[in-house]
Design a binder for this molecule. Structure first.
Ligand SMILES: [Zn+2]
Length: 207
């Protein structure tokens, strides 16, 4: 599923960085969540989910006014997000998925998907646009379907957690060599480089 290439993030210590999440269903997990992730929360109202669907690429080409999200669908969105977070962590750890999370994903996927419409003009150009209005249930169904594809596709074993001990961010490593270690080079990659440099300087100083 096409997604924006980077999710803008701000760390607890105020550093701005961007994460290439690699999949729409992982992108969605970055909108917030339960527990510690509540501080990232961006889905406060149904309108927030509509706006996210447009900027994330799930409802590419649509405007927030084209996406009609009911209050109940926002509740379902949070449930799906927890199921996706849990499932992605289990995939990253190579642990079998939980039946409860899988049931939530499957139930969500039963709703109708986003509907493509052919747009053809008199000059012969042909493009695709989503049928509108788009419903919250369609957005969630598309995310659940993306999660099913991810969990059963070639990148299932490329779901990774950032290599920094103190970073829980997840991503799908879509790089050709599959050697990606960090949520973002500009965040944890650089912190690791600095740590390694300090350690090496320490070694020299103690000689
Ligand atoms: Zn990280």
């Amino acid at each position: 599923m096409p997604v924006r290439s980077n999710v803008p993030m701000v760390s607890a210590d105020g550093i701005r960085f961007e994460v290439a999440t690699g999949a729409a269903c992982i992108d969605f997990v970055y909108t917030g969540g339960a527990g510690e992730r509540a501080r990232w929360e961006t889905l406060h109202t149904p309108r927030d989910l509509a706006a996210w669907a447009c900027t994330s690429g799930i409802a590419a080409g649509a405007e927030p006014d084209d996406v009609v999200v009911e209050a109940g669908e926002l509740v379902l969105a949070r449930e799906l997000r927890e199921a996706l977070w849990q499932s992605a962590n289990l995939l990253a750890d190579g642990i079998p998925l939980s039946p409860e999370a899988t049931a939530t994903v499957n139930r969500t996927a039963t709703a109708a998907d986003l509907v493509p419409q052919l747009v053809a003009d008199a000059e012969g150009s042909r493009t695709v646009a989503l049928h509108r209005p788009i419903t919250g249930a369609q957005v969630l169904s598309a995310l659940a379907r993306d999660a099913i594809s991810l969990a059963t596709g070639p990148y299932a074993d490329r779901v990774k957690r950032c290599g920094a001990d103190d970073c829980a961010l997840l991503f799908v490593d879509t790089s050709r060599p599959g050697a990606r270690r960090w949520c973002a080079m500009s965040r944890c990659g650089n912190r690791n480089k600095a740590r390694t440099r300090r350690r090496n300087e320490g070694d020299h100083a103690s000689r």
